[in-house]
Design a protein around this ligand. Sequence first.
Ligand code: NAD
Length: 245
Amino acid sequence: MKNIIVAGGNGFLGKQFVSFLVKKKIYNIHVIDLKKDNNKEKNLFQYKCDVLNEKKVKKVINLIKKNFKTIDVLINCIAKDYSPNLKNNFSFENLDIKKVKKDIEIGVLSSVIISKHVSSIMIKQKKGNILNIGSDLSFISPNQNIYNEFVKPISYSIAKHGIIGFTKYLSTYLAKYNIRCNALCPGGIYKDHDKRFVKKLSKLIPMNRMAKINELNKAMFFLISDDSSYVTGHSLVVDGGRTAW
Ligand SMILES: NC(=O)c1ccc[n+]([C@@H]2O[C@H](COP(=O)([O-])OP(=O)(O)OC[C@H]3O[C@@H](n4cnc5c(N)ncnc54)[C@H](O)[C@@H]3O)[C@@H](O)[C@H]2O)c1
């Protein structure tokens, strides 16, 4: 069986990907996250690990390699995002720089750290596939008018734009080892959001709605499967047309 690591696989999007992949029964899925889930599927393995702790990451990756021989796919789903339902004040002029640093670490550096250790194994295997998760906000600025008592923080823009640069860098660096690297960039995915927010956001989307959580699965699967064997360095935007407007 092929081995897929889903970093951040117990988050909102990660969990959806994990349950989609687990059902296929042709992969071992290895979830690395701060928290464990109680899903007891036979082909699902969970590792509690802070991905910003490089020593621990190395240990977990080596353990997976030792027990399962190959690492075929890495999906980087770790995030630091804030729900727009919050009343947090992230106004640029009052930024807490410590918080910005931490958010960027989680938003980009976590993917760099885990990709470093996974790619060193993939390079030896001479094959592999890395998928990063960007966003529509990898390409456009957040429209602050859609939020109620919330400001989307600058750290999210920096992290999401950074993910695209990281993806391009890695795709070119790793191509000669037969390792591909792409980014999947979803628009806002509906999850019990405030009605006023949903209405304002929908107006900015040509398809006039947020994504459903299951609408990313097949785009993800395309990028991690051999169906996309000649695709690397690409950002696949799945946003109902928002960035086309
Ligand atoms: N939810 C959306 O609407 C949406 C839209 C566009 C893009 N995205 C992107 O999708 C990805 C996943 O977002 P999400 O909504 O599932 O977020 P989420 O907060 O639900 O999940 C993130 C997961 O990462 C884990 N995590 C955080 N820090 C960690 C660390 N240091 N070590 C290990 N695990 C850690 C968390 O425990 C959590 O399970 C992100 O890249 C996000 O930017 C999400």
